[in-house]
Design a protein around this ligand. Structure first.
Ligand code: NAD
Length: 444
């Protein structure tokens, strides 16, 4: 099929590339000229495992094209995906300006009947706004072209986005016409040769499914963080409690790791947007508000532990931090707990030596830009030299089995604050390292 994907970010670039991998002809469109120029030169603007090879292969074959000109892309396309950002607006609701601007451009430039598919995460009712924006432009052109609006929320996870896209657990599609359903079935059939996991439903249910999924996952995380805070106070070990409850099949092990709070481009804004949507319909979601409040507080837990150990005034202290990205295997730092943790420590007078395998540029150029108390280093051990303690923020694989002998040797004080409970406390103790975890009380 001939497909345009408008918005070439984490979602648009990955889904566009995966559509081309299945043999479709794809145009990826973005307003960011720098990004499109880079892609046209074979430079991939984001880090996502396996993406680079797949982009280059499909670009080479002529099936994957990049442009800033939506008219060029729509010239031959029969399906147009909207995959632009829906950031948190000032009042917490999803900001739809980019989605509606794309809808207008589609109305302005479409040449034939189009299936307009919303892949961005948007509140219930957005498809109607998209429909009106397209129709307004068609009316201005005095065009009688027709179109279908479809909702197809995306569930890929940064870090495993290619696998998620090529072998999805499910594809949720909201439609209101049989021909829209047929077009989506044709596009997605190659992904499910043996096992159909396509869920067709009405558009509002599809739009809501995405918010419900992210809110459920965020709830699991906040629940476990809440349990970890109680564990710490009563003298229980949350690591053992996690194993104890995860082994119950009804609960399961996923998303019950205690930590220093969830971040990323989705959970924080989507939980907030669902709270706001509910409010707009006269319903106050106490549960989701608590999920959000617990997460906000959790981002301060590691800093509190550091201050309890080293005092409120951290002037003259240097801390090594491992991890900047909001999770491993991505360079994405949007809403990363690292931002709150590092800024709180430097506000209290500390200096930071930061290491992350992929997200240093993001930190330097955007999320920690202007914080001149942060030095960036090229290796995890370099960060430790003469630091007062190590603070582990993101659980990259390369931090899982470090050389504890080196850690103890390089740090000024042998202290680790672990925001992801990565290590065996007994093993760490063998090296004389003081080990602070989330949800485990440190024995005096
Ligand atoms: P992103 O910020 O990485 O990418 C958005 C892209 O859209 C940018 O490159 C931007 O330049 C471009 N853009 C903005 N306005 C445009 C316009 N008028 N025309 C063309 N391009 C335009 O965003 P993302 O992380 O890919 O997220 C996109 C949507 O998908 C969001 O609604 C998000 O909530 C949802 N989503 C994201 C993820 C994820 O893991 N990142 C997962 C599932 C769903």
């Amino acid at each position: 099929m001939r497909v345009s994907v408008v918005g070439t970010g984490y979602v648009g670039l990955v889904t566009g590339t995966c559509f081309s991998e299945m043999g479709n002809t794809v145009w990826c469109v973005d307003v960011n000229e720098e990004k499109i120029n880079a892609l046209n030169k074979g430079i991939i603007p984001i880090y996502e495992p396996g993406l680079s090879e797949m982009v280059l292969r499909n670009r080479e074959s002529g099936r994957l094209n990049f442009t800033t000109d939506i008219a060029e892309a729509l010239e031959t396309s029969e399906i147009a995906f909207i995959a632009v950002g829906t950031p948190m607006g000032e009042d917490g609701s999803a900001d739809l300006q980019y989605v509606l601007s794309v809808a207008k451009s589609i109305g302005k430039h479409m040449k034939r009947h189009m299936y307009v598919v919303d892949k961005s995460t948007v509140p219930v009712g957005t498809s109607e706004k998209v429909r009106s924006a397209i129709q307004e432009e068609l009316d201005k052109r005095e065009s009688d072209l027709t179109f279908d609006v479809i909702s197809n929320p995306e569930f890929l996870k940064e870090g495993s986005a290619i696998a998620d896209c090529m072998k999805p657990d499910r594809v949720v599609i909201g439609v209101d016409s049989p021909c829209a359903e047929a077009a989506m079935r044709e596009l997605y059939k190659p992904y499910f040769m043996n096992n159909d996991k396509l869920f067709f439903m009405d558009i509002p249910s599809a739009e809501m499914t995405k918010y419900a999924a992210n809110s459920m996952l965020a709830t699991k995380i906040s629940f476990m963080n809440e349990i970890s805070n109680i564990c710490e106070r009563v003298g229980a070990d949350v690591n053992k409690v996690r194993l104890g409850i995860g082994s119950d099949k009804r609960i399961g092990f996923s998303f019950i790791y205690p930590g220093c709070g969830y971040g990323g481009s989705c959970f924080p804004k989507d939980v907030q947007a669902l709270i706001k949507t509910a409010e707009n319909f006269g319903y106050k979601s106490k549960l989701l508000q608590s999920v959000e409040d617990v997460n906000h507080a959790q981002k301060g837990v590691l800093v509190k532990k550091v201050k309890e150990r080293f005092g409120d005034d951290l002037s003259g202290r240097v801390f090594a931090t491992w991890g900047l990205a909001f999770k491993p295997d991505t360079d994405d730092m949007r809403e990363s707990p690292a931002i709150t943790i590092i800024n709180s420590l430097t506000d209290a007078g500390a200096k930071i030596k930061a290491y992350d395998p992929k997200a240093v540029n993001e930190a330097k150029e955007c999320y920690l830009k202007g914080n001149d108390q942060v030095d960036y280093v090229d290796s995890k051990y370099e960060a430790l030299k003469d630091a007062d303690a190590l603070i582990l923020i993101t659980e990259w694989k390369e931090f899982r089995s470090p050389d504890f002998y080196e850690i103890a040797r390089l740090l000024k004080n042998s202290v680790i604050f672990d925001g992801r409970n990565q290590y065996d406390a007994n093993r760490v103790a063998e090296y004389g390292i003081e080990y602070h975890q989330i949800g485990v009380r440190l024995d005096p």
